[in-house]
Design a protein around this ligand. Structure first.
Ligand code: ZN
Length: 455
């Protein structure tokens, strides 16, 4: 179960790296067949307030000192053994290679915001509470060589009824208007279509519909209901509905939500207490881990994944990526992803630059890796004052919908604070979601861009 879920995520990361390389980034180009991926679907499609324009190197606030987490010596020793045993594999920086499954990627046009970022197979593409979907587009990626398979889709546009089918990445709906979609239909085309099932659902009236499949209607038309999100997935014929991942956790896009984030760990004695509190309160968090801490903390990382928390990348050695060359950044990110995936089956899809240092060049490298840079909107400075009450007061006095909160799961005082904050924030009505869940609920995110909140 875990393994299957994980492999899907790994596949999505590998595909994202390839997909976003089409536009001139060549890091992984040519290592995986991308079939008929449409370049028009690969643009940043930014709707968030952050952009990848010239970025001056300066968000300090994250722990500025170098990595000192407990257990580092042990994990370094383990690193040494690992490299001695399998130097070729350990040093390879190519993404895992393979027969990737056929997948569908898609975007929604959000009224007043524009196109969402490209959403990978089986991930929710949902509008924030203030807007809705007026158009969509979808395309297949990783089409098997020689196979003939495509995708078409049609929408029921409020006031216009069902529009004609659109094919393979073309837009359908009315991006220039404000009328919402009411329902959608999707199906595969071509000689090989019968080898697959195409599942899809829409977010409507605050919840996701059941899966529709192979041309059936998703959404209730002519009932005054609008489409607020789209989710789709290709599966092998007869394999059944795709696994519930993010949607397994009932996230209400109309209610406030925030992302608690913990950097520099794991450190079992601290991280486990945070996981206990999350489990007791039905919340999730995101852990930006340094690769050097991973091997010594496998069971904690497996528990993160099992609880639906997001495993995320904070470089292997807490390096300031704006001071590294491209090879150095790739090495720091890829080695950490590989170590995390080896522990829990899930390869991170987001990273946080240590110290908050990121610039246009390092963002360009992150784009080739398919990763966005995640900053924060509330800085607890827990690493500096090591005072639980200050951390608690900082969060509770500032918190608002869409915030990303920065803490560090290597200090006992941070666990003390989290044990108060997690129930307190839940009691205030905040859904404690992962960064990727928050982004998916608020228009998405794109590789090579940086984000400090999702309003
Ligand atoms: Zn850090």
């Amino acid at each position: 179960m875990m393994k299957k879920k994980g492999s899907r995520v790994v596949a999505a990361l590998a595909l994202a790296g390839v997909l976003f390389s089409i536009q001139g980034m060549t890091a992984f180009a040519g290592t995986v067949g991308v079939g008929a991926a449409k370049s028009e679907m690969t643009g940043p499609g930014m709707t968030n307030s952050q952009s990848a324009g010239p970025v001056t190197e300066v968000q300090v606030g994250e722990r500025a000192e170098e990595q000192v987490a407990g257990g580092q010596e042990a994990s370094q020793a383990q690193d040494g053994r690992e490299q001695a045993q399998q130097p070729a594999a350990a040093q390879s920086q190519e993404p895992a290679q393979l027969q990737e499954p056929l997948q569908v990627f898609y975007s929604a046009f959000l009224f007043g915001q524009g196109w969402s970022s490209v959403t990978p197979d089986n991930s929710p593409c949902a509008a924030p509470p203030t807007t809705w979907v007026t158009a969509m587009k979808a395309n297949l990626v990783n089409i098997p060589g020689g196979n003939q398979v495509g995708i078409r889709y049609q929408v029921n546009l409020s006031g216009s009824g069902w529009l004609d089918w659109a094919y393979d990445g073309a837009e359908i709906g009315n991006p220039a208007g404000e009328m919402p979609l009411e329902a959608i239909r999707m199906e595969l085309t071509g000689n090989q279509a019968a080898s697959y099932d195409l599942y899809y659902k829409v977010l409507q009236n605050g919840s996701w519909t059941e899966w529709a499949v192979n041309g059936g209607t998703a959404g209730v038309e002519a009932a005054g209901l609008r489409v607020d999100g789209i989710r789709a997935s290709v599966t092998a014929k007869g394999a059944g509905a795709p696994p519930e991942t993010a949607a397994a956790y009932a996230i209400d896009p109309a209610r406030p939500m925030i992302a608690l984030t913990f950097d520099d760990g794991p450190r079992a004695a601290v991280t486990s207490r945070i996981l206990d509190s999350l489990q007791a309160n039905g919340g999730r968090a995101t852990f930006f881990m340094v690769g050097s801490n991973v091997n010594a903390n496998g069971s904690v990382i497996q528990r993160m994944a099992a609880q639906g928390c997001e495993v995320a990348n904070h470089t292997h050695d807490h390096k300031y990526i704006s001071k590294l060359n491209a090879d150095g950044i790739v090495s720091q990110i890829v080695s950490t992803n590989q170590k995390i995936a080896a522990q829990c089956g899930i390869s991170p899809v987001i990273m946080r630059p240590p110290g908050g240092y990121v610039d246009a060049d390092s963002l360009a490298v992150l784009q080739t890796l398919g990763m966005p840079a995640i900053m924060w909107s509330i800085d607890t400075r827990d690493w500096q004052h090591r005072n639980a009450q200050k951390t608690i007061d900082t969060v509770l006095s500032q918190v608002k919908d869409g915030d990303i909160i920065l803490m560090h799961d290597i200090y006992t005082t941070t666990a003390d604070a989290a044990e108060v904050l997690i129930p307190a924030l839940t009691a205030r009505g905040y859904q404690l979601v992962t960064v990727s869940e928050l982004a998916a609920s608020r228009g998405g995110m794109a590789p090579g861009h940086k984000y400090s909140q999702f309003r």
